[in-house]
Design a protein around this ligand. Structure first.
Ligand SMILES: Nc1ncnc2c1ncn2[C@@H]1O[C@H](COP(=O)(O)OP(=O)(O)OP(=O)(O)O)[C@@H](O)[C@H]1O
Length: 485
């Protein structure tokens, strides 16, 4: 049960097959700060397994080389299916639906985190971009849902409307009736997206009349509802904060988050899950979780691939050019790469430039590409300053098209899942290594694919040392690309 403090030893939370997973003793991990930390970190570093066919529930023979017996020198555990991990926890109709949409094998984070989540422990899910953290916490949520109850039982808090729409969509996908399965009417889960830019009036009536089982919310809209006492969190059994470092980075959101975690609800009456691909100073964060009572004292840190924060399927390149030549350089690069689908990240317009009445750099680039880059008819804009409807329209258009190019600011860098994206271009260098990681992570989002995706940064020569710093911090290497223009 989520509400009682479990006493399960951490070793028993670990799945049986992970040879390269090791438990790191807390004392060897922590900075010398008080008090002595009480939570364990599970560190997992093992290559992801290849895919299974969507129809099979157990690994086929063709994957025998992944079984421990196949290679005595470097024994690899047998691929583990999500069904095996979730059986007995997640209802059969959700498992059927999960397989129907193609989720068969567990990714590393799913393999490592689900047993801990099913035990009721509070968890910090810390794993690469595109590694499947969303499905991980959703499966846990489905395992505790009681369809007989008319109350909000799970709350997922996300930083942007776009991510909220996406997460709600996956919830609905999994909650739908699987083909050929008779389901009682009362087995359905209601999902509400309570997001900035939405019609809160309608949601207020809905929350009062017939509370949904799962709410996906942005913190602003959620706090409005809580302050007006439209609903309370006392029935919430699981609280997930997705992209947690991003949320705690924004001063606007910090006080709301603190209230959410400690005033509107108590860590003792819920299971708390934090997720992100980047948790800078994670030891400090875990320490704060306990000290500030955001989580219970036995919170577990699931840290997947800590020595490789960047997905290994990415190739990183950089290209040096004079600042005045960046539009032309990008055009040559696109003509050379001919990307199936890509995202071009542009820096935010400065306040000074806005005041001077200059057009945003995103708009300038979009117009330039529409005029000069004929290979892609589908070039779209996604930026902070667009209104909510225009942003939603851009994203849904992208999802329906075969090939696309998106000119975006960092709003598109967090959590957005467009698995067809093969190329990322940093037209402007991101401001921090964490921003680089999240931009780069918008590609390489097919967990079991061998396909290499490419991240290219267009830099001025004086920016090389900044990129080098990101390489050191994130432990990846960038190759220089020279174009003969
Ligand atoms: N077990 C699985 N098998 C196949 N595909 C999966 C599996 N789990 C997740 N995926 C797919 O992988 C992609 C990335 O998943 P998800 O969005 O959950 O990543 P994430 O870890 O939350 O990434 P980010 O940190 O960037 O938000 C999605 O397209 C999802 O459908």
């Amino acid at each position: 049960m989520a509400s009682s403090a479990p006493t399960t030893p951490v070793s028993s939370l670990r799945p049986p097959v992970s040879s390269a997973t090791k438990l790191v003793s807390p004392s060897s991990l922590f900075l010398p700060c008080n008090p002595e930390p009480k939570f364990p970190t599970v560190v997992a570093a093992r290559p992801i397994q290849p895919p299974l066919s969507a129809s099979s529930h157990e690994p086929p023979r063709a994957l025998a080389s992944f079984s421990p017996a196949a290679d005595e020198a470097d024994p690899e555990p047998a691929p583990l299916t999500l069904r095996r991990i979730c059986s007995g926890h997640v209802p059969e109709h959700v498992l059927r639906r999960m397989e129907e949409v193609g989720y068969i094998l567990a990714t590393d984070v799913q393999r490592e985190a689900l047993p801990a989540l099913f035990s009721g422990r509070d968890c910090v899910l810390h794993a690469q971009t595109g590694s499947g953290k969303t499905l991980t916490y959703l499966l846990r949520i489905f395992s505790v849902m009681n369809t007989q109850r008319s109350s909000v039982q799970a709350l997922i808090v996300v930083p942007t409307r776009e991510l909220g729409i996406q997460v709600a969509k996956v919830v609905r996908l999994l909650a739908a009736k699987p083909m050929g399965l008779e389901m009682e009417q009362n087995k359905s889960y209601t999902v509400m997206a309570l997001l900035d830019g939405g019609t809160l009036k309608r949601q207020r009536s809905w929350l009062k009349a017939d509370p949904p089982a799962i709410v996906v919310a942005t913190i602003g809209s959620l706090c409005q509802m809580l302050e007006k006492q439209v609903f309370k969190l006392d029935t919430v059994r699981i609280l997930v904060i997705d992209e947690v470092d991003f949320m705690f980075n924004s001063s606007k959101q910090v006080s709301s988050l603190r209230k959410l975690l400690t005033l509107y609800s108590s860590c003792n009456s819920r299971q708390t899950v934090f997720a992100s691909a980047s948790i800078p100073q994670h030891n400090r964060f875990l320490h704060d979780c306990i000290q500030q009572k955001w989580t219970k004292g036995d919170v577990v840190h699931i840290h997947v691939n800590p020595i490789e924060p960047m997905p290994s399927c990415l190739n990183h390149r950089y290209l040096t050019c004079h600042r005045n030549r960046r539009h032309q350089t990008l055009l040559h690069l696109l003509q050379r790469d001919n990307p199936e689908s890509g995202i071009i990240f542009v820096g935010e317009q400065s306040e000074k430039s806005k005041k001077a009445g200059n057009p945003p750099p995103t708009t300038l680039l979009l117009e330039f590409l529409k005029d000069s880059y004929g290979s892609c008819s589908n070039i779209l804009l996604l930026e902070e300053d667009m209104n909510f409807n225009a942003r939603a329209a851009s994203l849904s258009e992208v999802r329906q098209k075969e090939g696309y190019l998106i000119v975006a600011t960092d709003i598109a860098a967090r959590g957005i899942d467009l698995p067809e994206t093969t190329h990322i271009y940093n037209f402007d260098l991101p401001r921090t290594a964490v921003d680089y990681l999240h931009r780069a992570g918008r590609t390489g989002r097919k967990p079991f694919s061998d396909k290499k995706c490419v991240v290219t940064s267009i830099i001025a020569s004086e920016e090389r040392f900044v990129l080098k710093r990101y390489e050191n911090e994130l432990m990846f290497a960038c190759e220089e690309l020279v174009l003969s223009l």
